[in-house]
Design a binder for this molecule. Structure first.
Ligand code: CA
Length: 635
């Protein structure tokens, strides 16, 4: 099926199953699912320094059915094969500057981008503005994370996607800081369904974008970064060579939350940026910094965490900031040698900066300098280090995207995996960069150490991420605590007799469930050596067993911000994570889940009479209380 229509009339691009329909009428698109309108008429178009493409009228439409197939070992699914309608709307075909809007319409996902061909002498464009809007029917409510002011917070490192979400807010509600919202953004369209809006395929050839505040009658506009980001350095307006294209604007729709949880759209429409000569290995690790903080970045404490990783059967130890001063670069090969003798590999922390914040935690000023960076990567490979965690980036400008890509590409030359913290949302990077293995870009586990309030709302946040942040990209959360108090002493009095550390409100079974709910190919769990003797053996055994890469993911139940029940398959085994954040108990019908996943039996770990327990019989549904959780292992 490949046909061409030249038209001034509205056209419909339908999904392969025909339930999702995108209608394009001049410079306006809208989306229905099962004939319910989920995206109201919204403008699209871009303005560049060579031509204005914001009032697009007559076009030629070509469309054909296609299959998107690929394998990926680091996301929620292993082997993807999906039918789609692939369409081009070609505008200005007889004018000096043409533009195509390219669409992929899958059964529950839409992706579109602007493609500019090379015409005449013009070899490059600067994009001044995108008139890409997302409008919703009246009564729609929102689940979004506000964009922060730039150059504020700890050492002036924001924005880094670490703000609090606002749940079930009206469309017209003003964003907390007046800068709109960071991707992804979730919308509940009354009783009609759900819409998740995001973007993918952002690399060195564009900036990361966000949504504006709401404008009555128009919706939310796609906005470029703020001028103040990256310490004011680098332009807001992206530019690329011709022929070229913008990143993909993505819209996932469904009657319930299953398409939102299960979507692979961030990866379906992007391509690898380079092939790797290396084979990377994913798994679990420990990191002393989360509970023991800066004082633990010394040789002796790192040995304790290497021993902890070895005792847990993990692969990695992550050595956080200040190793350059407190362990020293001369002793890193010795630390790596010790770790390797225990079967453990080492990951090392770096600051990304640079001139875009005030970070003094070392090492600084290496990753920002291409000459020093290449030298450093060669040294890391020689020292036997397997990956780096690079922290504190400068925002979403194209300048910063170039920086991410430079780090990834240089690291791959030396067989190094890369985790980003204090960073932007990954936008298709698992497929684009073979050595990319994680991003924070969320209010992550460190905030449980810093603030009791974050402990108090931990379950609520865990009931958000599988539907929003973590569904579009891996999330290096660094959680699964088994400490009851969030510090090194875990409830033991210090030298002055004080008991310190925030109080964890959640159960151990909850912590185990997040190891399934939160997806990242390398999971650095927030365990401490004391957990080997003070945590339930059942919990330790589960963390030893739980995989970090998956063949399939399914939504079982739950409601955004209240609870979540998500199933992930590895080989023949399904791991189901369930957490509850509200007073009403969450009913988990284990027998129904076994039947739904095609299993024959299950083991359940949950809290029974205050104890972490294994449950093998489930005549009645489990009742998961507030701040509790369950893991269900179905075979
Ligand atoms: Ca952080």
């Amino acid at each position: 099926m490949n046909f061409l229509i030249t038209t001034l009339l509205a056209v419909v691009i339908a999904s392969p199953d025909s339930r999702l329909k995108v209608t394009v009428d001049g410079p306006v698109y809208s989306i229905t699912y099962d004939d319910q309108q989920l995206v109201a008429p919204s403008r699209f178009g871009i303005r560049t320094n060579c031509a204005d493409f914001t009032d697009l009228r007559d076009f030629e439409l070509t469309q054909e059915r296609t299959t998107v197939s690929y394998e990926l070992d680091r996301i929620k699914a292993g082997s993807i094969s999906k039918e789609a309608t692939h369409a081009f709307l070609n505008y200005n075909v007889d004018k000096p500057h043409g533009l195509s809007v390219e669409f992929y319409v899958f059964n529950n996902d839409v992706a579109f981008r602007y493609v500019i061909p090379k015409t005449g002498e013009t070899g490059s464009v600067r994009v001044l503005d995108e008139q890409t809007w997302f409008n919703f029917p009246e009564g729609t409510t929102t689940y979004m994370c506000p964009q922060s002011d730039a150059m504020v917070g700890w050492k002036r490192t924001k924005p880094s996607y670490e703000e609090y979400y606002k749940l079930n807010a009206p469309l017209a509600e003003k964003s907390q800081f007046g800068h709109g919202y960071t991707f992804p953004c979730l919308f509940k369209v009354g009783e009609s369904g759900w819409v998740l809006v995001s973007e993918t395929g952002v690399d060195s050839r564009y900036c990361g974008s966000r949504l504006s505040d709401y404008t009555e009658g128009k919706g939310y506009k796609l906005e470029f970064p703020m001028p103040e980001e990256n310490n004011g350095n680098g332009t807001v307006e992206p530019a690329f060579a011709l022929p070229g294209a913008t990143p993909w604007r993505t819209i996932t729709v469904g009657r319930d939350l299953a398409p939102v949880v299960e979507t692979t759209i961030p990866f379906d429409v992007v391509e690898p940026r380079y092939e790797s000569a290396h084979k990377y290995s994913y798994g679990k690790g420990t990191w002393s910094w989360i509970l023991w903080q800066d004082n633990s970045i010394n040789f002796k404490d790192q040995v304790k965490y290497i021993d902890l990783s070895a005792a847990m059967g993990f692969k990695y130890v992550l050595v956080d900031n200040w190793w350059d001063v407190n362990i020293t670069r001369e002793r890193i090969p010795e630390l790596v040698k010790y770790a390797n003798s225990k079967g453990i590999d080492v990951l090392l922390w770096y600051s990304s900066s640079g001139w875009w914040n005030d970070i003094e935690q070392g090492p600084i000023n290496i990753m920002s300098d291409p000459i020093l960076r290449k030298r450093e990567m060669a040294w890391l490979e020689k020292a036997g280090v397997k990956g780096i965690k690079v922290d504190f980036f400068g925002g979403d400008k194209q300048e910063t995207m170039r920086h991410y890509e430079g780090i990834l590409s240089d690291a791959d030359d030396h067989g190094l995996m890369v985790i980003f913290h204090g960073c932007t949302l990954p936008r298709g990077w698992e497929r684009m960069y073979p050595n990319y293995v994680g991003s924070e870009a969320v209010r992550a586990s460190e905030n449980l150490i810093f603030s009791q309030y974050d402990c108090d709302i931990e379950a609520q946040c865990a009931s958000l991420h599988p539907f929003i942040r973590n569904t579009v990209g891996c999330m290096e959360y660094g959680g699964s605590f088994l400490n009851e108090r969030m510090d090194r002493l875990n409830g033991q009095p210090d030298a002055r007799g004080r008991v310190r550390g925030n109080i964890r409100r959640t159960t151990d079974a909850f912590s185990l469930a997040t190891a399934v709910l939160f997806q990242n190919p390398i999971q650095n769990f927030a365990l401490a050596p004391n957990n080997l003797t003070d945590a339930p053996q059942l919990a330790l055994d589960f963390l030893t067993e739980v995989p970090t890469t998956w063949d399939e993911t399914r939504y079982i139940g739950g409601m955004v911000g209240e609870n979540a029940v998500i199933a992930r398959r590895k080989g023949d085994i399904w791991y189901v994570g369930a957490v509850n954040a509200v007073d009403a108990p969450l009913n988990v019908d284990v027998k129904a889940i076994i039947a739904r996943l095609g299993g024959t039996g299950a083991r359940v770990i949950t809290t029974v009479k205050g104890e972490t327990s294994e449950v093998l019989k489930f005549k009645k549904p489990l009742q998961v209380a507030k701040n509790d959780g369950a893991v269900i292992i179905v075979k």
